[in-house]
Design a protein. Structure first.
Length: 263
């Protein structure tokens, strides 16, 4: 399949980052490159990254999207795998990324979900079933394909080279994964792989205010996307491409020696 770069943006998350990088060091299929993007941290993020042997990239513009985009731009791998600093991948995570990306359908993006740790049982249940579960159940039908989960996905580098000029990469006030999902272009595919599971901290859901803040940003992101590329226009563009390739497949079958059947 080629090489895999893992990109981990981090802002003042040295403690979580150390656990994430330790988990990456234990992968059965090692990363070809690990990039930590220091998003103007004031803690030991840079020291932790360098001590773990990661490549350090600095991005002074605060925000998950600016930091992630800087890491994607710097990466050299054929596949760009993305984790948050508080993500803890199991030892088979990268092996599953490689396996799924190598399947015959050759997806553009593969995404998994998360098992939340920390907090109490109620917080973890809300995070998994209402927040993340709702994200996949509501946004998926709107898009026509599974949405990307920002704490756990992988994308082909050639797709990023096309998408990097389309997404709102310089905005720190949007959900980067929802923005990326929205701008997936006709002909690109996103698949959800339930074997791609990582541990994710439940800390953003420690309070109703934290949960509501994320929901509010989600609506704000959707408002931006609706204005930039309306849902109807987006679905029509994807449908036209699907119909075009369907017709092309029929022509290929005829070219293989079949005679056309009169209408």
């Amino acid at each position: 399949m080629g090489t895999i770069s893992v990109i981990v943006p981090s802002y003042n998350d040295a403690g979580y980052l150390a656990a994430c990088l330790d988990a990456l060091a234990q992968q059965s299929r090692p990363a070809d490159e690990v990039i930590v993007v220091d998003n103007a941290s004031t803690d030991a993020t840079a020291d932790v990254a360098l001590a773990a042997g990661a490549r350090l990239v600095s991005e002074p513009l605060r925000g998950i999207w600016p930091a992630t985009a800087a890491g994607f731009d710097a990466a050299t791998g054929d596949v760009l795998a993305r984790l948050d600093a508080d993500s803890v991948p199991g030892p088979g995570w990268l092996a599953e990324v490689e396996h799924r990306m190598s399947r015959a359908d050759l997806p553009t993006v593969v995404t998994g979900s998360g098992v939340f740790y920390g907090g109490n049982a109620l917080i973890r249940w809300i995070a998994r079933n209402i927040y993340i579960g709702g994200y996949f159940r509501v946004i998926g039908p709107l898009l026509g394909h599974p949405p990307v989960f920002g704490s756990n996905y992988a994308m082909r580098r050639d797709a990023w080279l096309e998408l990097r000029e389309l997404v709102h990469r310089d905005r720190g006030d949007v959900h980067d994964d929802l923005d990326l999902s929205w701008w997936i272009q006709p002909g690109m595919t996103v698949v959800r792989d339930d074997l791609m599971i990582v541990g994710v901290s439940a800390r953003p859901f420690d309070s109703i205010e934290g949960l509501w803040r994320r929901v509010r940003i989600a609506f704000h992101t959707l408002a931006i996307e609706f204005r930039a590329w309306s849902p109807l226009e987006r679905r029509a563009a994807h449908r036209r491409t699907h119909e075009h390739w369907g017709a092309a497949d029929e022509v290929d079958e005829l070219d293989d020696g079949e005679e056309p059947v009169p209408a």
